[in-house]
Design a protein around this ligand. Sequence first.
Ligand code: BG6
Length: 487
Amino acid sequence: MPFINEFLWGGASAASQSEGGFSARGLSTYDVITAGTATEPRKVTLRLADGSRGLIENFRTDPMPDGAEAVIDPDLYYPSHNAVDFYHHYKEDIALFAQMGYRCFRTSIAWTRIFPNGDDPEPSEEGLKFYDDVFDECLKYGIEPIITLVHYDYPLHLSKTLGGWKNRKSIEHFLRYCSVVFTRYSGKVKYWIAFNEINGIMNNGYRSFGFASANEEDKYLAMHHILVAAAKAAILARNIQPGCKVGMMLAYNLFYPLTCKPQDVVMTMENMEKNNYFFTEVQCRGEYPPYMLQYFRNRGYAIDILPEDLKALKKGTVDYLAISYYQSSVIGKDGVVRQDDSVRRMQNPFLKVGGWGRQIDPEGLRIALNDLYLRYRIPLMVVENGLGTIDSVQADGTIQDDEHIDYWREHIRQMKIAVEEDGVQVIGYMTWGCTDVISSGTGEMQKRYGQIYVDLDDEGKGTLRRIPKKSFYWYRDVIRSNGQKLD
Ligand code: BG6
């Protein structure tokens, strides 16, 4: 058998993109962010010091104007408020996952459903009960919940009172939340992930950090607190729930050099280090890599790395390494690099480009799995892999999402090669998208990733009806055959 019998086939989602049900929880930073499009960035809505309305871009991390406050504008549409209403449809959705034969379902807990303000004296019983119900429903069908604690959100109240992850106190509040959910769901949840795409947080702006700033020193300071929080969460989970498995989650950024010019290769190496290995070194080995410490020193960044933090990082390393993998990028010295030093992706002439400019590179997944397994020798999980496409319901009621099937088939093929021929230990594979959800990057609904169509449009209008797509039946056969039947 190419895959172990217990191989975790399933799909992945996230609270802020699927749940909705926002009147039954506190507000998060996600809830003050508008929808965008492929060309129109998502914005944070503000009340300015003089009482007028204002906007800043979320991802570009425009600084917050003095005296401004992030607020909901009642005239605007915020996709996270109702999303695809998993909050009221979870039974129907999980039953459909079971029909596909899912062995696992990855989603996140909304921190503000447990602690609506982040610093409340007691957790919300209503919120805790909701996840009890969701996990029970999964377990009823033998579906293993794989749970992320923070998927790009942060309590809005803490953002206003503490200034987000820049403030070390965020660690304490996060650990209180962890302690409550580890205790409550012990016996229901075995696989935990502290932060979704921990490296992605660097480019995720206001909503992940809980503060708006383009200052790199601020971001690395916040990231240090997040890394310490993740390590302490792993230690706490093992104390509360011996035998549980705590993973890290990396958005694997695969960079290829534009040419074999040594300068291009060096640039690629530097970007792999800074965007990927910095995070895996800390979370899998428990140490800051020397190049990052040097990077901080060279720039005079004052990151408060305390001796007790170093101890926590060492003790709180992870049991497994989960990745999201979507595409690869080409970079080179002669390419254009954006002013903020982030990397501009160039076209790879050997790859097909899918919707929203994704460069489809199935072999890249094999490279990713080999790369990480050779470095850390711990089990790997692919916890997100997918392609956003425009799917429509045909006159006969079917949805022919062949692009999804082609994408997943080729990626699963490469994962099989990594397992069967390269000897990599992969313990699970999750598509991004089970039902369609709100896009994280653009806030659109028309960018669809799931095997189950949801009748909802970019303005939040629709019946919310769930319809299995062609890929639903294809993926069911893949799972039934444990990855043997791909055609
Ligand atoms: C991952 C995120 O980066 O990519 C998900 O973890 C996200 O939250 C997914 O939805 C797809 O990206 P997007 O922007 O197309 O939704």
